[in-house]
Design a protein around this ligand. Structure first.
Ligand code: GP9
Ligand code: MN
Length: 697
């Protein structure tokens, strides 16, 4: 009996609890009808946007994006509870309209640019002029108006509640309580979202340029909020310290001559020739002249190395902006910025660049790359750098069967590019082109598409009983580095095909070709250690006690990160191996001397002037000369020559490095190459609306 009673009591309590919770929920719904409709409308619109722009289920039903959207609209909507009755509803209405507008604008923008909108682009007013009519005629489609439907429902509902004068009139305390509960609820959803993020997602969010990726994971509202912050931040940092920056800048360049004041054996040797620059994705020096069982990884590049100038101590100087940092440093002889990336945060500054200087000499300048134009914000930045035209993915025919890794395969990209270059060369007296490859991009996993290139080791091993055996050990097969070499082999083959086609069209006859790797393969040190210390008998890394084991320390790894640089002409006008230590920022002055242009503000040097006295500075403060590699974080160095070093050597180079990085950063942030920078700084308005200048200030 007692047992029965207890059971009954339990049941009763359970039911009461259930009824209480149900009541609570139903009361909440009754009390917060408009708020709930508001949240639903905003989340549905964001989901619709993903559906119309990136229509795979993984994208539009992205769980992460949905909780991120819910968190943002709940937190922002929670402030409505601070207002009294009617105003509370109006606040929600305004929010719903703004969120719907964000979806509509991005939907239309995506149709035109295959990317999402950025408020920083508002400063590119010429865009609006150019595309304004086109947007109305061609871009605004029915799908862009779909977002109005949920909003329409919200407005209808808002009016219904309004008409009945059906507001809940809360006391101040209740309003505050409701605000607190809602914002905490939103905060908890946000916390769940943050905890679900991977480090890759966070780092992409911070960089902000891979917009599709961010919208897919973070939803459109968080994307747009982050976009506003990253767009405003450089403007704020440019508001303080202009005068000091300008003074330091003027002081730094005061002894520089306005015109080139020297001549050497390379001066003007290529003046008037067409120029083809190949920015070879992830082409690292270790691939050059490397063979596997007698087969060269890069037979085509190796051939050009023999026929032209080859710089085998050449370093890229990239920071978090990787490819885009190389584009900045190559084109302007400036260093990557200390915060953010120049391509994203400072695209609206004035730059003195190779294309802008060559334009003055009558060149038609263009760049080519088969990825989305907004990747690394190239659409805007290539214009700022002075390229007349940027041929991006939109101008290429991309079929599924021609896709490898990130996009259109290099072979197909080059084949289509030759046709474009042919036309350009017919229409223009001379041209300068900057061509960015894509296939050889990490993670190098499309191995079945690269073509056969075994990275095994055929060798003879001695067995324990003294007999010998011919084996083909797996060596780098199945490793990241092995896959990288397969990918490089493909990239080299694509380059070979490109030059053969260009030659057939006669496009190499009066042309100088410049090829460089944009940065290293970004593979871990352990991969290299295996390559250098492989034991075919055990198919593993040799024992450290083994007398043939070679130590591969962090300095060796840094030194191996160098990239190839080749300057080639069909007639072999310049030949030979150059082993001076050289950086990406030295390329502009070195080429300037050869092609006949000069930039007083280059941070690098003509390598044929500085020769063995050159120093390569890295964005993290490390530097390398022909004598030592210095790691500024650890304060450690490795000597590269058996030579006694002057006691002030490190200190002097550290000072040089710090000053150079500082000047470079200030020149970009404060827009110091812009003749109107002072005026702009006084008006709190830095940036040049994306125009490059080629004249000195
Ligand atoms: C993308 C390509 C790669 O278009 O240039 O950029 P990265 O990841 O090397 O910076
Ligand atoms: Mn790259």
């Amino acid at each position: 009996m007692k047992k029965k009673l207890i059971k009954l009591k339990d049941k009763l309590i359970k039911n009461l609890k259930r009824i209480k919770t149900e009541k609570l929920i139903s009361n909440y719904f009754k009390d917060n009808k408009l708020f709930i409709v508001y949240v639903l409308v905003c989340v549905i619109n964001s989901t619709l946007l993903r559906f119309f722009t990136m229509p795979t289920m993984e994208n539009y039903l992205s769980f992460k994006a949905i909780i991120a959207d819910t968190a943002v609209v709940t937190i922002i909507g929670s402030f409505s509870y601070l207002f009294k009755a009617k105003k509370r509803y109006t606040y929600l209405l305004v929010c719903a309209i703004i969120f719907t507008a964000i979806c509509t604008i991005n939907s239309a923008y995506y149709t035109f640019y295959t990317s999402f909108a950025s408020v920083s682009m508002l400063s590119l007013t010429q865009y609006i002029g150019e595309v304004g009519d086109a947007v109305v005629e061609n871009v605004l489609q029915i799908k862009d108006l779909v977002y109005i439907l949920p909003l329409g429902f919200f407005i209808y509902y808002y009016h219904r509640l309004n008409k009945r004068n059906n507001y809940k009139h809360y006391t101040k305390e209740t309003r505050l309580k409701k605000f607190k509960h809602t914002i905490i609820g939103g905060g908890l959803i946000l916390l769940v979202f943050i905890l679900s993020l991977s480090s890759l997602e966070i780092s992409r969010f911070v960089k902000q340029w891979n917009r599709e990726y961010i919208v897919m994971r973070f939803g459109i509202y968080m994307y747009q909020g982050n976009d506003i912050i990253t767009s405003i931040q450089p403007k704020i940092s440019a508001m303080f310290g202009y005068d000091d920056a300008k003074k330091e800048f003027t002081e730094y360049y005061k002894d520089r001559s306005d015109e080139q004041d020297y001549k050497n054996e390379y001066t003007n040797i290529f003046e008037g020739r067409n120029v083809i620059v190949i920015h070879a994705e992830s082409m690292q020096g270790i691939a050059i002249n490397r063979t596997f069982n007698g087969e060269e990884v890069t037979p085509n590049l190796n051939k050009m190395i023999k026929e032209g100038l080859y710089f085998d101590n050449f370093y890229s100087q990239v920071s978090v902006g990787t490819s885009s940092d190389t584009e900045l440093t190559y084109n302007t002889s400036l260093m990557p910025t200390q915060n953010g990336t120049a391509f994203v945060s400072y695209f609206d500054r004035t730059y003195i660049s190779i294309p802008s200087l060559l334009k003055e000499k009558g060149y038609y300048t263009f760049s080519m790359h088969a990825n989305n134009a907004d990747f690394w914000n190239r659409r805007a930045m290539h214009e700022s750098l002075g390229y007349d035209k940027f041929y991006s993915k939109e101008t290429y025919k991309v079929d599924d069967e021609n896709v490898i890794g990130l996009g259109l395969s290099d072979k197909e990209f080059f084949a289509q590019s030759v046709e474009k270059i042919k036309k350009i060369s017919e229409d223009n007296d001379k041209f300068y082109s900057y061509i960015i490859t894509l296939t050889n991009h990490t993670p190098f996993s499309d191995t079945d598409k690269y073509g056969e290139f075994p990275v095994t080791m055929k060798t003879t091993i001695t067995n324990e009983d003294g007999t010998t055996e011919e084996i083909e050990a797996p060596y780098l097969e199945g490793t990241k580095l092995g896959n990288y070499f397969k990918s490089v082999h493909y990239a080299d083959e694509a380059l070979g095909e490109f030059f053969t086609k260009m030659d057939k069209e006669g496009l190499l006859d009066n042309t100088v070709v410049v090829i460089f790797g944009d940065h290293d393969a970004r593979l871990p040190r352990s991969e290299f250690n295996l390559m250098y210390n492989y034991d075919p008998a055990t198919d593993d890394v040799k024992d450290e006690e083994d007398p043939t084991y070679v130590e591969y320390d962090s300095f060796d790894y840094e030194l191996d990160r160098k990239v190839p640089l080749i300057i080639w002409t069909k007639d072999g006008a310049a030949k030979g191996k150059v082993d001076y230590t050289m950086g990406m920022y030295d390329l502009m002055p070195t080429l300037g001397n050869m092609l006949g242009f000069y930039n007083k503000y280059a941070l690098g040097h003509d390598i044929f002037e500085t020769k063995n006295d050159n120093i390569v500075v890295f964005p993290n403060g490390n530097w390398v000369t022909n004598k030592m590699y210095y790691n500024s974080q650890k304060g450690e160095y490795k000597l590269l020559k058996d030579e006694i070093i002057d006691e002030n050597y490190i200190e002097k180079n550290n000072e040089y490095t710090e000053q150079l990085l500082d000047i470079s950063n200030k020149a970009i942030v404060f827009d110091l190459f812009n003749p109107n920078s002072e005026e702009n700084a006084n008006n709190g308005n830095n940036g040049n609306n994306g125009k490059a200048v080629s004249k000195e200030n």
